[in-house]
Design a protein. Sequence first.
Lengths: 348, 348
Amino acid sequence: MTTMSESSVGPRPRPTMRQVAALAGVGIKTVSRVINGEPDVSPATRAKVKQAADSLDYQPDLHAGNLRRADGRTKTLGLLVGSVANPFYGTLHRAVEKAATARGIAVFASSLDDDSEREEALVSAFLQRRVDGLILATVATSQAYLAPELRRRTPMVFIDREPAGIEADAVVSDNAAGAALATRHLLEHGHRRIAYLGDLDSIQTARERRRGFLEELGRAGVATRDIPVIVDLHDEASANRAVLALLDSPNPPTALFTSQNLVTIGAITALRARALQNRVAVVGFDDISLADLLSPGLSVVAQNPQRIGEVAAERLLARLDGDQTPAHPYIVPTELIARGSGEIGPHA
Amino acid sequence: MTTMSESSVGPRPRPTMRQVAALAGVGIKTVSRVINGEPDVSPATRAKVKQAADSLDYQPDLHAGNLRRADGRTKTLGLLVGSVANPFYGTLHRAVEKAATARGIAVFASSLDDDSEREEALVSAFLQRRVDGLILATVATSQAYLAPELRRRTPMVFIDREPAGIEADAVVSDNAAGAALATRHLLEHGHRRIAYLGDLDSIQTARERRRGFLEELGRAGVATRDIPVIVDLHDEASANRAVLALLDSPNPPTALFTSQNLVTIGAITALRARALQNRVAVVGFDDISLADLLSPGLSVVAQNPQRIGEVAAERLLARLDGDQTPAHPYIVPTELIARGSGEIGPHA
DNA sequence: ATGAAAGCGCTAACAT
DNA sequence: ATGTTAGCGCTTTCAT
């Protein structure tokens, strides 16, 4: 079946250390020493082995080595995020990758897409590949299923949302403080009738943001009695409808605080549909690219996904290096960026 | 050293198949059969083994199994992109991940950041982890270093840019046709003096886009003699400067074709600085989120990163399934999206 | 400075 | 239907 030309140029099987040893005329352990940069090999032998390895295009099998290696490290890390297509997580991923690559660690990334059913399956897929640690933006109501793994001292850092049913490091934005920041900003510009437009109330961070909003109003002595608080908006369309209804109501708000990107965009399109984008103030939670090119520019409370990734990676690597300090949450501050939409005064 | 409480609640080592077998009171091969869903195990034995595995929180070691497994598949794939923080690659990554996950394949993702020095190192890191295949947006001038790996029949699909010095599948946007599309659009709206603003001429796709632009002008019989063609713009600032210079020149263009996102944004800010955003037409290459919320809306030739990812994954999986057809490039079409900026007529 | 032998956790091949 | 043995590619241990 195999033609002659195929057999001569055909696929050579991947060489093993044993074959490199045979070609170099040394024992297999000597090859191992050279590949791993261990001492006690004469320069001449080292050169001979290196040349043999190169000529065979030898690539050591990291996993085979790990089977017997003392530390058992795969130099691999699992990252579980909402979606790798979401720019927030993309930036975070990049930061994690940077820290990992610097230590020769490769990163598996998987998307959860709000599907809590997939969470356990994806974690299990990582674990079967013996990742050295996990960085997780979880979505399931409880992470108790990870308790056995935690007892095995597998480092785990939760991002974006704190874990439930388990004690582990977490790196999160200060959602309540960020929402309060946005609210105070609008209050300072004279607004009293500020509408809150929030994501699904089942999401912990969404609840935190709402809490921050309401508490700040409370601190300012604003009665939250007739403040419109609308939640469970999860996409642009529903946000758009909700804002249109508000604007068309008898006593419309003079300012909006939108607690999430898609909601913010839906709100902006609604304002434009009523030609009110320069009359009603908006502050959004979470930054959006090109926000400064809009008219008016979009004021936001920006999260810092890069910093979240950096801190999460730093924590994970520290745990890998033996850090035994008690697990606790790390809070990454948010920042108000004024670009115009949040600085519009109240119009009766 | 170890206290009593530590030794009782302390970290138990990860259980092996042998320990599951011992606990279940069966041979190790029977556990292997149950874990891998092989037949010829009685329901009673199967249940016994499953319970033992569960009670120990057993996770099979995929890599240990692969060492001996016939197909040697790690169910792992390497994805090398410009940057995982770039939304274009994020979308592409998501599409690849979707196809991979459906087959139980996990995805390693790494960023190149235009650093051709890292390319070989990152590929090597993937190879040492024995990925089943590679999807690569390469940046090095030649991919000849991959020839030995190709001979080993490691499936490889190049994306975004075609490989040099090697024959392998590639999935790319039709850069020249897309640029021609943009150019024709501007011509049809009456423009003759259209400026071209391009990325680094060292980038193959940038050259392709310029070629498409010039060829379309040629087809339309427009003398390219005094058409401003500016290249080697790689960021917003340089693009901004270049466009300002054009606008301030004696005979400014009535339309701009910007060949890349950052260049497009730099051009827009330049137009706004001269209050010309409603007088000078712009078509950008590559879509930008929120482009429709700008004033005027930004017209673009959109690439289809999701489709590129889908096709690349489909090709890779087909190769893994034994597809031996000759390697060739797959072209993913671009699409013109009119949003306003590209439909502005020429103003003397 | 070098290598032989054992074994990591698993699957393949072959018993029974 | 189940178990036993060998061996995957490597590191460890221990000789030399």
